[in-house]
Write a protein that binds this ligand. Structure first.
Ligand SMILES: [Zn+2]
Length: 399
């Protein structure tokens, strides 16, 4: 008896596949992999809905106790069709233990980029006081939470570093060398200038808020891709969207994409306020914005699956293959008009939309209630049933 079978899911290339999940892992996958197999739960998509590896949001804020940027991991994750979220520096060495404990109760997989400030983002200027960068405490926290802490985060903008300029980043690079973890660097208003920041970054380092419209944007005055960014990209530095409340400009992103500076990861920088009031709303909304800027559905899906998994060093995630984690996103790609707003209030009218329908997280099925209802797939007609009893299953709970 298998734990879960998904039948006739549609890949983005149109091929239909079955997926079999046991003990939270994909144990069989292929065009007719589930034919004749018994299972405790079965979801038959009849080729109507798409499946992909579970979506990974590489930049979020989901430490509920954080005073500034807080949210619940399941509200930004499972409830939005996202199976894995990465918190980008909400916590540091002082509160990572508490954050870890909170995340054990979440259905969504949660990982953390540890803030190089031991306090995390307890105030807007966590790196204005260099004594908060405590290497011994950081190393200890990384050791305690190996596998949960998957990177370091340094927020390098004027409001965060105060008068310290590049000093926090120089320290972050030194600490990163000892840990061999990816470093995510937030860019915003100078000082320090992007030119100085980018020069310190090496292969695998992540620039988040890469399409911000602030003075530290990646385009020069003439609208060309800054040479310093071209050099950084050639070295293997990663561009991550990190939309957030202030950090996605349609005009910058459109122009950068024209120059071939495509994002490697598409992330939301979501937290409660920009989820509820916008302009972020959800990872799917951010993905939809890039769809209407001309990136293909395949490219966008790669950004939130295989690219994110590879760049964040999560080898069993982001791919639909035997032995991979049983994390799947079921979604629709709908041709319909949608008004899209960036972080600067610019508006674009989109014609196609990613609509998450359900998340399967380590084999547990969670319906995206809002969209299931909007698509007339309420509790009664969501095509999920317990094949042993014939009962419907919603939110992983037999009804
Ligand atoms: Zn952030």
């Amino acid at each position: 008896m298998n734990d879960l079978i998904i039948k006739q899911g549609k890949l983005i290339n149109g091929d239909l596949i079955d997926i079999v999940i046991n003990d939270g892992k994909i144990t069989a996958i292929g065009p007719a992999a589930a034919v004749g197999l018994p299972s405790i739960k079965e979801i038959d998509l009849h080729g109507h809905y798409y499946v992909s590896a579970g979506w990974i949001d590489a930049h979020t804020h989901c430490y509920p106790q954080s005073p500034l940027y807080y949210d619940d991991p399941d509200l930004i994750g499972a409830a939005c069709g996202v199976t894995t979220v990465v918190d980008a520096g909400s916590t540091g060495a002082d509160d990572i233990d508490d954050f870890y404990a909170v995340t054990r109760k979440a259905k969504t997989h949660v990982y953390a980029f540890l803030n190089i400030a031991r306090t995390g983002i307890c105030s807007q200027n966590e790196l204005a006081d260099l004594t908060r960068i405590d290497n011994i405490r950081l190393q200890d926290a990384v050791r305690r939470h190996k596998g949960f802490v998957i990177g370091l985060k340094a927020r390098m903008s004027k409001s965060v570093v105060g008068k310290n300029g590049l000093q926090p980043l120089i320290k972050a690079k030194a600490m990163q060398k000892e840990n061999r973890l990816p470093l995510m660097v937030h860019i915003g208003s100078p000082p320090p200038r992007l030119e100085e920041i980018a020069d310190l970054l090496t292969k695998g380092d992540i620039i988040t808020h890469c399409f911000n419209g602030k003075p530290n944007r990646i385009l020069d005055e003439a609208g060309n891709l800054k040479l310093i960014i071209q050099r950084a990209l050639a070295r293997g530095v990663i561009l991550d969207v990190g939309h957030g409340t202030e950090s996605l400009s349609f005009s910058i992103a459109e122009q950068a994409i024209k120059f071939g500076a495509h994002p490697h990861m598409i992330s939301s920088d979501i937290y409660q306020r920009n989820r509820v009031d916008g302009p972020v709303h959800s990872l799917a909304t951010v993905m939809t914005k890039f769809l209407n800027m001309g990136l293909s559905p395949e490219y966008i899906l790669n950004c939130v699956t295989i690219n994110a998994a590879n760049l964040l060093h999560l080898p069993r995630k982001g791919r639909l293959e035997r032995g991979g984690d049983g994390d799947i996103t079921i979604f629709d790609l709908k041709n319909q008009r949608i008004e899209l707003v960036d972080a600067e209030g610019q508006i674009r009218i989109g014609t196609q939309q990613f609509i998450p329908i359900a998340a399967i997280i380590a084999g547990v099925h969670i319906v995206v209630a809002e969209n299931a209802a909007a698509k007339n797939m309420s509790a009664e007609n969501m095509p999920v049933k317990n094949s042993a009893t014939g009962r419907r299953i919603i939110n992983g709970i037999p009804l």
